[in-house]
Structure formats: C-alpha cells, structure tokens
Design a protein around this ligand. Sequence first.
Ligand code: GUN
Length: 287
Amino acid sequence: MTARILDGKALAERVRNDIAARTAALAQRGVQPCLAVIVVGVNPASAVYVRNKVAACEAAGIRSLRFDYAADASCDEVFARIAALNADASVHGILVQLPLPPQFDEQAVLEAIALEKDVDGFHAENVGRLSQGQECFIPCTPHGVMKMFEAEGVPLQGAEAVVIGRSNIVGKPMAMLLTNAGATVTVCHSKTRDLAAHTRRADIVVAAVGRPRFVTADMVKPGAVVIDVGINRIESGPEAGKLCGDVDFASVAEVASLVTPVPGGVGPMTITMLLENTLEAAARAAR
Ligand code: GUN
C-alpha cells in the first residue's frame, strides 16, 4: 500500500481562514482576541515556536503581547507578570513557553495562569476536566491531531490506537482524547517492552517520542494511520541540519494508509489550535 499524505499545512490554512473570519466578527462586536506569550531564557527551539505563534496570531487578526525574561529571571517577577495578565481584561490567553529554567517550579507557574486564560490547557484543573470528558481548553498538539482525524474521517470508535510518548504536553492528553472518542488506547514509552508488538496491532499510531525516524515500516500494520508529532534536527551525516519526524516517512508511507509529513504535518495544526483556543477564550469572555 502507498499511503496518502495528510497535508497539515493545507488543512491549517483552511482552519485559519475560518478563525480569521470569526475573529473579525468578534472584533466587530468590540473584542479583539489577545494572546500573551511569556518566554524565559533563550532556547533555539522555543525561539522558533514562539516566533511562529506570534506571526500566526497577527495573520489571523489576533493581538499578541510578548514578554521576554533573562534565563536568570526571578520566579517572583514572572509570577507578578502572570498575575497582571490574569487581571487584564483585554488579555484572553496566556502562554508560558516551556521548558522553563531550573529555578522555576513549572507546575506552579502553569497553575498561576487563570483557568479561563489557560489556552495551552496545561493547568491541572483543565487536565482534570479533559480526563473527565468535560468542556475545557485542549492542549494544542493533540487538539490539532484530533482535527486531522476529523477532517480525514478516520474512524476512532473501537479503533486500536497506540500513543508513543507519555509527556504532559502530547502523549497523555492525546491518550485521553482518543479514549474519550471511543478508541482502545495503549500508551507506550521508553520503558515499554517490545514496542513493535504493540504498534503492529494498531489501527492508529501517534508518535511523540522525540527520536528521529524511530518508527519504521516493520512496526506498522498495513493500512494503519500514522501521525508524526516529532520535530528533530539531524545532527550529523549527509543530512545534517535537516528536520525530520519520529517516523521513518519513506518506509512507513509504503505500508500505512495515511501518514503525516514533517515538516508540514502536525506542526501547523498545533499553532492553529492555539489560535482556536485564544479565539474561544475571547468569545467566552465576550458572552
Ligand atoms: N513547549 C513545547 N511545546 C509547547 C507547547 O505546546 N506550549 C508551551 N507553552 N510550551 C511548549
């Protein structure tokens, strides 16, 4: 089988056009959605993500504010900034870019964000609501993957799904969303014995491990849907500097029925869902 390639860039563009139209309609009612982004220290990957997030906001008519702190910033000044943004009615979403330098208690920072402005969906109460299938802000990457399933009509009910990776940002919320949608979900990770035995049974594989080309064709059931969340930079050899995912795209595309590329797959959808969550936060505040 040769897989269809799921063009995340094209889907993201369609969804962003819709978001831009809804943002314009809200602006007509006097509310311009606004996202505040807090960055502490200099991390090359974070710098790219944040630049892309801010540019996507502008393109969709969403105002963005950016607050940069040195790597040795005090916890107090960042908490004071979050408190000020929580109290500012013109700000609808607050995002603290992760990872934070070691002097920060990441969970305490995330929980300082007002629940109604937690557009990343990382606050413990949002996570709890997600696990109960209640309305909440859904973390952007798994939210984007669910939109991809919906757009492609991938059946989830009763499907065998394997999520590789158990991070709070992707793996765990992805598993919860698939469970809520009626899939039978297995979460695999670095300690899993015989990973391939799990993935070979799966109708859906979501790879979020952060290891270049980790999922190979022999690990994939013919006809499976394979979603690649990884973004890795190849460090050495003839392809040094090139971006690749957690999936060995060339070989897996020979076996799967649907596969996402890197770049141009999940990445553009992640940012799109941040816009969607920010617009939703503003719309709720305007109700
Ligand atoms: N670092 C890597 N991914 C993310 C994300 O989705 N949100 C935040 N805040 N930080 C990240």
